[in-house]
Ligand binder design. Structure first.
Ligand code: MG
Length: 215
């Protein structure tokens, strides 16, 4: 039985879409120009920046009086409320499980936030387990986090695949751990020379299909 490791944000759940919707709404409310959306997306860096740093950057740029903690809570809540788990992705996971794959999420982030996303969307019911960097004490691309995922599923890491959207965290991480990977390009070009994904796909469903076809 092979292990199927997956990133959470922008792989199984559309965090970028949820962040963009919140950001556009916020900028509208404070009367900022629409083109500041690109600035805010850059600041967020697909969630690589902490919510606290995003809040601080927004407060500073617009001289807002709202407390940082309120902005942080608003952002976290908005992401939780806006992310959706595509039922077709659920089907793809179920099909993979039926044919023996064991899906485990490996995600960088805060335990509370990531677990709430998993539970609220119902994605938790399609997973054998998950590893969140905060509780694991180690982040992707550190190969140790992939080993922890295998331990939790009581499986060997050998033969596993990693599916993810982040070149460094997911694909660099998989390369470091010695496992195969599928990169979700999201319209980007691969530019890293030190490592490369085994396969590239447009979305997670196509990626799961490619992994299943590899056996
Ligand atoms: Mg991701």
């Amino acid at each position: 039985m092979p292990l199927l490791l997956l990133s959470l944000d922008d792989t199984l759940l559309d965090r970028a879409g949820a962040f963009r919707a919140w950001a556009a709404d916020l900028l509208g409310r404070i009367g900022a120009p629409e083109y500041d959306l690109d600035w805010l997306l850059d600041v967020d860096a697909d969630g690589m920046t902490s919510a606290w740093d995003v809040a601080e950057a927004v407060r500073e740029r617009y001289g807002l009086r709202i407390a940082a903690i309120d902005l942080v809570e608003e952002l976290r809540g908005a992401i939780i409320n806006r992310v959706r788990f595509d039922p077709l992705t659920a089907c793809a996971l179920a099909i993979a499980e039926d044919s023996g794959w064991v899906p485990v999420v490996v995600t960088n982030g805060e335990t509370r936030q990531q677990e709430e996303k998993l539970r609220k969307t119902g994605l938790d019911r399609y997973l054998a387990d998950w590893v969140i960097s905060e509780e694991a004490g180690v982040r992707k691309p550190n190969p140790r986090i992939f080993a922890i995922a295998a331990e939790r599923a009581r499986m060997r890491l050998g033969g596993a695949w990693m599916i993810g959207d982040s070149p460094e965290a997911d694909i660099g991480g998989a390369a470091g751990a010695g496992i195969r990977s599928v990169w979700l390009h999201r319209g980007r070009r691969w530019s890293e020379r030190r490592y490369a994904p085994t396969r590239t796909a447009e979305g997670v469903i196509a990626a799961i299909a490619q992994v299943m076809a590899s056996r």
